[in-house]
Structures are given as structure tokens and as C-alpha cells.
Design a protein around this ligand. Structure first.
Ligand code: SIN
Length: 183
């Protein structure tokens, strides 16, 4: 039997698994936050990066992409999301459908050992601009997510201001690198 899985972070733009359907979708009562540490993808155990998780937020809608997948795909996803994420079963509203479907998402809850929790936008931006791991830079993760949400025509009041800050930090760092090389 196939299932739906809802992606709200890298699962929106890094699709390294087969799927039968891909649909823009919404879940209710959750919001994205860069509060989860990443030791294995966008950081290291010594210098974790920050990636998104979902925090319960009554009345808030979160946009993402739902995929209909075969059961075997969960082996791959459980491994990919192993650093603190657990599967959660919930209703997902697919764009254009009146009735929700039931499916899964991966959420990193506050009690997982890699959870980092809240910080100011400036602190989050400095952290993300500096971190890097086996899957690439933490800045690229954030900027790719911001771009993917933009393509979904969805403004995220946490992700987009953070992406602007990180973009500016990375640009000023590149400028400094170029000036140093010219010295
Ligand atoms: C997701 O994308 O749905 C989970 C978080 C992540 O892997 O970035």
C-alpha cells in the first residue's frame, strides 16, 4: 500500500527517492523553525548546523510538498532523517482537494539529543552562515529552502527573513575574501 509523506524542509527540494505523485500541500497547526541541530548533513558532531523542524502552533498553516510513495521509500527516509526526527501521522491537505489525506512527516521534537532550540534571527543567521557538513553548506540548505518556498508562492515569516540575513552575511564574506585576495 502506498502512503503520503509531507516534506517541509529539504524534502521539498532534495528529492533523492522515487515517488508516484508530488503535490503542493498544507498542514495545519505547525510552523517551521531552524531549531534542530544537524550533525550528519549540514554540520558535524563538533560543529552542528541548524536545520528545520516543526513546532506545534495552533491556527498556523505550513506549506510544503506531499509525495505518494511505496513503503520501501521509508527505509531510505528513516535513514536520511535519522538525526533526531521521528515519523508523525497527520492529515495533509493536497492543493485542489477538499478532504485531507492521512500521511506522515518527519519531526524533530524538543526531547531529541540534537535539538538546539530557539535563538534570535541574528544568532541563527551567524550560525547557519558558518556551518558546513557532508551534504554541503548550511547556508545552501536555507537558501534552497527559501527559494523552494518562493516557487510555491509561500512566504514564511521565519525562513525568508533568515535567508536575507544569511545571504547578506555570505555576500559580505565573499567580498572580504575577494578584497583579501587582491591585497
Ligand atoms: C523535511 O524536509 O520534511 C524534514 C526536514 C529536513 O530534512 O530538512
Amino acid at each position: 500500500m502506498t502512503s503520503w509523506v509531507f516534506g517541509y524542509g529539504s524534502l521539498i527540494y532534495k528529492v533523492d527517492f522515487p515517488f508516484l505523485e508530488r503535490r503542493p500541500a498544507t498542514i495545519e497547526g505547525w510552523e517551521r523553525r531552524f531549531w534542530q541541530g544537524s550533525h550528519d548533513h549540514r554540520g558535524t558532531p563538533e560543529a552542528p548546523g541548524r536545520v528545520v523542524t516543526l513546532i506545534e502552533a495552533p491556527g498556523v498553516a505550513c506549506r510544503g510538498i506531499a509525495y505518494r510513495v511505496e513503503p520501501a521509500v521509508f527505509e531510505h527516509l528513516d535513514h536520511r532523517e535519522k538525526n533526531g526526527y521521528v515519523r508523525h501521522h497527520l492529515p495533509i491537505t493536497l492543493d485542489g482537494e477538499a478532504a485531507p489525506v492521512w500521511g506522515f512527516l518527519y519531526v524533530a521534537r524538543e526531547d531529541n539529543p540534537a535539538f538546539l532550540g530557539p535563538a534570535s534571527l541574528d544568532e541563527l543567521a551567524a550560525h547557519i552562515a558558518a556551518a558546513e557538513g557532508p551534504s554541503g553548506s548550511n547556508g545552501d540548505y536555507l537558501l534552497a529552502l527559501a527559494q523552494a518556498l518562493h516557487e510555491l508562492e509561500s512566504y514564511d515569516a521565519h525562513v525568508h527573513p533568515l535567508a536575507e540575513r544569511v545571504d547578506a552575511l555570505l555576500a559580505s564574506r565573499q567580498g572580504a575574501g575577494r578584497r583579501k585576495a587582491a591585497d
